[in-house]
Design a protein around this ligand. Sequence first.
Ligand SMILES: *[C@@H]1O[C@H](CO)[C@@H](O)[C@H](O)[C@H]1NC(C)=O
Ligand SMILES: *[C@@H]1O[C@H](CO)[C@@H](O)[C@H](O)[C@H]1NC(C)=O
Ligand SMILES: *[C@@H]1O[C@H](CO)[C@@H](O)[C@H](O)[C@H]1NC(C)=O
Length: 439
Amino acid sequence: MASSLVFFLISTILILSNSISNAQPSSRPRALVLSITKDASTLQYTTIIRQRTPLATINVVLDLGGQFLWVDCDQFYESSSYVPARCGSAQCSPARYTSCATCYAPPRPGCNNNTCGVSPDNTVTGIATSGELAQDILAMESTNGKNVVSVVSVRRFLFTCGSTILLNGLASGVRGMAGLGRGRIGLPSRLAAAFSFNKKFAICLPSSISASGVVFFGNGPYIMQPNIDISTSLTYTPLLINPVGTSSAYTEEKSTEYFIGVKSIKVNDKAISLNTSLLSIKSNGFGGTKISTVNPYTVLETSIYKALTAAFIKEANLSGVPFTSRPRVGFCFDSSKVGSTRAGPKVPNIDFVLQSENVYWRITGANSLVPIEQAVGSLLCWGFVDGGSNPRTSIVIGAHQLQDNLLQFDLATSRLGFSSSLLSRQTTCSNFNFITSNA
Ligand SMILES: *[C@@H]1O[C@H](CO)[C@@H](O)[C@H](O)[C@H]1NC(C)=O
Ligand SMILES: *[C@@H]1O[C@H](CO)[C@@H](O)[C@H](O)[C@H]1NC(C)=O
Ligand SMILES: *[C@@H]1O[C@H](CO)[C@@H](O)[C@H](O)[C@H]1NC(C)=O
């Protein structure tokens, strides 16, 4: 305990002396990493950022489409290096802020006059408030693609101050959200600007609550044990822009979320019949397909949900394994009756077909089904949810379907690289080596 405290103080002092010596980052890393943990009770994915003076570790929920990094500044924000972003300053200009804020209380982080106001939102509950844009020291782990190399820091990293009420609905111990959205003040853009690397990042969500996944910022390689570079052999599809923001914060801006163009859905290579009008993004922002880490399971508009579920039941039935409705848990297999493959239970494949017939995102048993233990035995249950008849977005590809898949977002070329299940490549998202080594 005492030795780890001493270590913490020494590393803090080292980082601070490093970063205070210049406004530039302490060194030019090739890429950065964050570890991702799955919270057992909320199924949210959390990560740890290191910020402030003295440096503090802050737990935040990872939000793929979120606007920016926001943290609660009402409580426990203590830092001698906090700098509010003043209206009209260079710091404010990328934010396209809508108001210049006044705060009728003693000054503190999150409460300063003449600061540009933005709207942090909790994308789990759909609540937004006003918040102060600010800067503070941020420290991150750099990587050579294979393991952690060192800790690097930026002296003035842009983020937003939110309030304690915004934390409702988030995993226990969490103090904010890390928005990886495509906007100009999203984490990917800010980190790329601070460390001068490509506006590119990749997420790899863990499937287990006991092992960490990883986010890479910057270029590959992304090497998982046993020495597999998962940044190679990605399939690419264009990222689409929804012209209307879907965040709960009022905004006239286009959405910071990541949409892709699903053209059809196949089950065991057979296309299911769909109302294709639902698959395109309308000018009012409705329709289309987005990727989300805050939805635990994929949510489908009712007619799509019914067609996919029926096709899956039919194909499973043809292969001799009944997929039947069970009380409370929905459609399930008795797991003792299902064979296994490298990529999970041996069940019909689901393909999200993209820009052409031969470009598809394949969902295998590990991602289509959820294991559930019951007194009567173990079940494998349907990992898709009915989103009702008029949802904002027709298909929201949720976290269960992203687990153990690498997704690389290239903001400069506006394309997504996806791997499908890494299990078939004999690795998982939990195989990154977070141990620090210069080798
Ligand atoms: C902001 O300005 C108002 C009025 O000018 C003043 O009452 C208030 O104390 C100031 N707040 C801060 C945080 O300085
Ligand atoms: C198809 O979806 C659109 C919404 O995008 C809806 O207006 C239309 O009525 C649907 N068509 C059918 C045949 O259900
Ligand atoms: C599944 O197969 C059984 C018998 O092989 C048949 O009676 C049943 O109608 C089938 N169900 C579906 C949904 O195809």
